[in-house]
Design a protein around this ligand. Structure first.
Ligand SMILES: NC(=O)c1ccc[n+]([C@@H]2O[C@H](COP(=O)([O-])OP(=O)(O)OC[C@H]3O[C@@H](n4cnc5c(N)ncnc54)[C@H](OP(=O)(O)O)[C@@H]3O)[C@@H](O)[C@H]2O)c1
Length: 339
């Protein structure tokens, strides 16, 4: 098997190729010949030493892949051999041969390419948890989706459109025309404009019912201010921690965490607002729940409201270039690796 390994914390050159014997599936597991691997911003954070749940280097990053089952372990039906699947894994996806528990491999929906399949699990499950499970989004709501042009952002646009809510997206300005096509009613470049003021104007001074924010630090404070009474803020990332590369990882994480709003239950009560967090990487003890969400989302492909958008595919051996592409903010949707 061929893998891409994070050899130490630092820049994209910390990704390197490695060869190893093909793994054999154990009891309850199956083996996938990988066709495409989803790249997530979390992989970039892990490489930079900014992802607390990640293993110590050297390790193989990656949470999701698609491909064809070529072997099964004891207790798994042999009829699964030859089927095309999308799989979730707790690290280890940057490879051409992947072994996962059989329950974590779901059928690749008809009509999706393997690249689109690999783009689906992490982004759409996160989006579903944010908007539907915890965000209680309704058709009467305005939702602000920060980082709308990212993979998780585009997944939220699909789900918000399915719910019937109005989306205000924030993203770099060159991404706006595409995001409008994908259903965002209003778009803001938050680095060029006071987005809180604009949201107030767009909502007749009320604020938004739901805001999803993967940026961290003082940016969460802005989002908290932009909530309408009964509004919810869903936090799910700290991408602002990638700034200030001169500082050690833990210092950058603490800065990103401490810059957020000070939340006392009394303050939440007095403002009639809620704050919640989503971290898919800490849901492994709840796979029954997440697999239930996944089944709903895979059905959404057939119903044509789940439309994973692949921006660019890089060869597996160019994982470093794929990371650099994400860090330079050049992606519009999902980046995948092809072994
Ligand atoms: N908690 C969870 O379970 C979970 C799951 C999935 C993703 N996430 C989080 O959601 C965020 C998006 O993840 P993704 O995988 O969908 O990645 P992504 O958004 O597809 O890729 C990166 C994009 O993030 C934006 N960005 C914002 N701040 C940035 C920075 N400091 N450096 C580089 N880019 C920055 C850029 O878009 P603009 O130029 O348009 O701002 C860039 O194009 C990340 O923070 C990630 O950790 C969390």
């Amino acid at each position: 098997m061929r893998e891409q390994v994070i050899t130490g914390h630092g820049g994209p050159t910390r990704l390197a190729g490695r060869q190893a014997p093909d793994p054999e599936p154990g009891p309850g597991e199956l083996r996938v010949r990988v066709a495409a691997v989803g790249v997530n911003f979390a992989d970039v954070l892990a490489r930079q030493g900014l992802y607390p749940g990640a293993p110590r280097p050297p390790f193989v990053p990656g949470y999701e892949a698609s491909g064809t089952v070529d072997a099964v372990g004891p207790g798994v039906e042999a009829s699964r051999i030859g089927s095309d699947v999308v799989a979730l894994t707790r690290f280890g996806a940057y490879t051409d041969v992947l072994v996962v528990p059989s329950a974590q491999a779901l059928p690749l929906p008809a009509g999706l390419t393997p690249e689109q399949g690999a783009a689906l699990p992490v982004s759409y499950l996160t989006a579903w948890a944010l908007l539907v499970v915890m965000g209680s989004l309704t058709a009467a709501d305005t939702v602000v989706v920060h980082n709308a042009g990212g993979a998780a952002g585009l997944a939220q646009l699909d789900i918000a459109a399915h719910v019937g809510a109005r989306v205000v997206g924030t993203a770099s300005a060159w991404k706006h025309p595409f995001l409008r096509e994908r259903g965002a009613a209003e778009l803001i470049d938050p680095r060029a404009e006071d987005w809180v003021r604009r949201v107030r104007t767009l909502t007749d001074g009320h604020g938004a019912e739901l805001i999803t924010d993967p940026r961290g630090g003082r940016l969460w404070r802005e989002s908290y201010r932009a909530l309408r009474p009964t509004g919810r803020l869903g936090v799910y990332g700290v991408s602002s921690a990638t700034a200030r590369p001169g500082l050690p990882g833990p210092v950058r994480l603490v800065r990103a965490a401490l810059g957020g709003p000070l939340l006392h239950p009394i303050a939440l009560m007095n403002r009639n607002v809620g704050v919640f967090g989503v971290h898919l990487g800490r849901m492994w003890q709840e796979t029954e729940k997440t697999l239930g969400w996944a089944e709903r989302l895979l059905a959404g492909v057939g119903e044509a409201w789940v439309r994973p958008h692949v921006d660019r595919a890089f060869p597996l051996e160019q994982a470093a270039a794929a990371h650099a592409y994400l860090e330079a903010r050049r992606n519009l949707g999902k980046v995948v690796l092809v072994p």
